[in-house]
Design a protein around this ligand. Structure first.
Ligand code: TYM
Length: 356
């Protein structure tokens, strides 16, 4: 019998995958598939929370699927599926929502962040939380802050709990959602006096969650920040982006503190380059001999070593609709098998039982 721990993770279909997705999630997916019972999916229902163009949404699901495969997820080893192909998730989302408080959802960092953006409040604004909450409640016309966005963590918890996953490889930005998932699991188990759901944890090979910084000196690489290096960026484009990365005037005295934009470049280097290369540049910074142009050239080369093979494979995979269809059909079957079993248990536990 298969006793491997269950791993589950997903990525929203909101555009092509970037280095943040790669180091925070995808590269771990590929490394985990041999040792765990892995399920990786494309979160198209989650993408709806920010109201994408329908045709674009469909295209994005396909491109992420192709990028999963191009990065090395093997459908023979791991289950790959599209979230909306598993309708059990939507039903359980409704059921679990009955145990989730709107207050705790409104306090979620990702929700406040997205709501702020939709309302045009800058993230670095120190506007007090209560006034933001009042504005969200008060803006009935602003449907971009929709109920789906608020209940996003419930849906994410259901993705995880319906498969009874133990490990969820995600980047640092998703840790709060994972914490909520554990809370909901505990709450459900306690309320009904059952031991249905395990409490899932993040998974990282280095032992700490990854946060890939942006090239613009900002804290996080993200699609909505417009500071991304995409896995499918052409060589020229990628080099240009790296060469344009924000730096500073350079250290004037030995062992100067490192500014945030430059630290970001070092962080990217730590993810992509060999340790001795990182050391060489860190040392050069410390003794003031560093030339940011050289560092950037090196960084671009090392990133290209990671992304080029993926980019080269993506085209062929995207052109093979028959193969892509086969992969997700097979994945949906497996994902539904487990999901429908859990959903039946949840329905029964909650008292939604059939009379026939
Ligand atoms: P999403 O689509 O925003 O991001 C997908 C994955 O990429 C990681 N990531 C990063 N990691 C490090 N540094 C960055 N700059 C960076 N940017 C993105 C994210 O942490 C994530 O692991 N809610 C999820 C999707 C989801 C999910 C789930 C994940 C839905 N249901 C169930 C796991 C389990 C999300 O929006 O990820």
């Amino acid at each position: 019998m298969d006793k491997k721990e269950i791993v589950l993770s997903g990525i929203r279909s909101t555009g092509n995958l970037h280095l943040g997705n790669y180091y925070g999630a995808l590269s771990k997916f590929v490394r985990m598939q041999d040792d765990y019972d892995c399920m990786f999916f494309i979160a198209d229902l989650h993408a709806l929370t920010t109201q994408p163009d329908p045709a674009q949404l469909h295209a994005n699901v396909k491109s992420i699927l192709a990028e999963y495969l191009a990065a090395g997820i093997d459908p023979e080893k791991a289950t790959i599926f599209v979230q909306s192909d598993v309708p059990e998730i939507s039903e359980m989302y409704l059921l679990l929502n009955m145990h989730v408080g709107i207050g705790e959802l409104m306090r979620t960092a990702a929700f406040k962040d997205k709501a702020r953006k939709a309302l045009g409040i800058k993230t670095d604004d120190s506007a007090d939380e209560e006034s933001i909450e009042r504005q969200i409640i008060g803006t009935e016309t602003n449907k971009r802050v929709n109920a789906g966005l608020l209940t996003y963590p419930t849906l994410m918890a259901v993705d995880i709990l319906i498969q009874k996953a133990n490990k969820v490889p995600v980047g640092k930005d998703q840790e709060q959602h994972l914490e909520l998932t554990r809370r909901f699991a505990r709450r459900f188990n306690n309320y009904y006096g059952v031991e249905l759901f395990p409490e899932p944890t993040n998974f990282d090979f280095g032992g700490h969650a990854v946060k890939v910084p942006g090239l613009d000196g900002s804290g996080k690489m993200g699609k909505s920040e417009g500071n991304c290096i995409y896995l499918i960026d052409e060589e020229k484009v990628l080099r240009k982006k790296v060469m344009r990365a924000v730096t500073d005037e350079g250290p004037k005295v030995p062992n100067s503190p490192v500014s945030q934009p430059v630290e970001n470049l070092f962080s990217l280097m730590e993810l992509t380059s060999a340790p001795e290369v990182v050391k060489q540049y860190r040392d050069a910074y410390a003794d003031c001999s560093i030339r940011y142009g050289d560092l950037k050239k090196q960084l671009a080369e090392d990133i290209l070593k990671v992304t080029t093979p993926i980019r080269q494979r993506v085209g062929d995979i995207l052109a093979n609709d028959e193969y892509l269809g086969r992969v997700v059909r097979m994945g949906a079957e497996k994902a539904r098998e487990r999901a429908s079993k859990t959903l039946e248990e949840v329905r029964h536990i909650m008292g939604i039982r059939r009379f026939y």
